[in-house]
Each structure stands twice: as C-alpha cells, then as structure tokens.
Design a protein around this ligand. Structure first.
Ligand code: DQA
Length: 145
C-alpha cells in the first residue's frame, strides 16, 4: 500500500485554540482523522507527524526516503525562512505538496514568500482543512504511481 507522510510544523498542534478567526476551530486531530478517512477511501496509508522543532521535521522528511511515496507538508512559519527544510524536501526527491490553512498571499508581507514551495509539486493555500484533503487527492491521482 502506498504510504503518505502528513507533516505539520510549529504551532499547528495549537489548532482549535490558536487564532480561531484565522485558523478556525478544528483541531489537528480532527483534520488528521478526515485525512485518514479519505486515505482509506483512496487506498493509501497516511502517517501523521507534527513537531515544533526544525530538526525533528527534517528528520521526519529524511525518514520518508524509501519509507514513503509522497509528502503533504504544512511547514508553518518555517515555510518563510527554513532553507534546511527546503533542502530536506529536495534531498528525498519525493512528490510533496505544501499546504496552508490560511491564504498566505493575503496576510502579512513576510508570509507571501515560501522558500519551500519550489521543491513541492504544488502549493495549496487558503482552503482551511480542505486544503489537506485536496492535497491528498492530487498527490494520489497525479503524483504517486
Ligand atoms: C500557516 C501559515 C504560516 O504563515 C503560519 O506561520 C502558520 C500556519 C497556515 O497553515 O496558514 O503557522 O502555515
């Protein structure tokens, strides 16, 4: 069975509590449950990981090499400046989709730039939790063979 790593970065463990006007009331566990259900319907296994630490995120991305067929990642604020996470995604050379709950292009200036986007096949931004579901659908239908 194809394996998809679903990786969330810093502060995404605070979903449901964190700035609900921007990120909504849904928790990360609720989102992951919906992703898992979609994965079951699509016939892929999803493994979930969240960390607030850059090194732990890099270790998880590296562990996808030979262990996963694709990656869905919301790097949180690391999106905007972590060349190390970008390099990790480039290193494993797996199809990856970057997801953001909020529309990063219509917020503060510093959020408009993603250093990880170019090493991902697509960036999905502003669809809330549905962005993760869309990412899984696209990954399975277009990029994971
Ligand atoms: C985010 C957007 C980032 O700018 C922010 O730092 C986050 C969440 C999003 O999902 O909208 O932590 O990645």
């Amino acid at each position: 069975m194809k394996q998809i790593f679903v990786i969330n970065g810093p502060n995404l463990n605070m979903l449901g509590i964190r700035e609900p006007a921007i990120y909504g009331h849904t928790t990360l566990d609720d989102i992951n449950k919906e992703i898992k259900e979609l994965g079951d319907r699509l016939g892929v296994a999803c493994e979930f990981f969240q960390s607030n630490s850059e090194g732990a995120l890099i270790d998880k991305i590296q562990s996808a090499y030979k262990n996963a067929d694709g990656i869905i990642i919301n790097p949180g604020a690391y999106t905007h400046y972590s060349y190390a996470i970008r390099d990790a995604l480039a290193s494993v050379d797996l199809p990856a989709i970057e997801v953001h709950l909020s529309d990063i292009n219509s917020r503060e200036e510093f959020r408009r730039h993603s250093v990880t986007k170019d090493v991902c096949r697509e960036q999905i931004s502003g669809l809330g939790k549905d962005g993760y579901l869309k990412a899984l659908q696209i990954l399975v239908e277009q990029y994971v063979d």
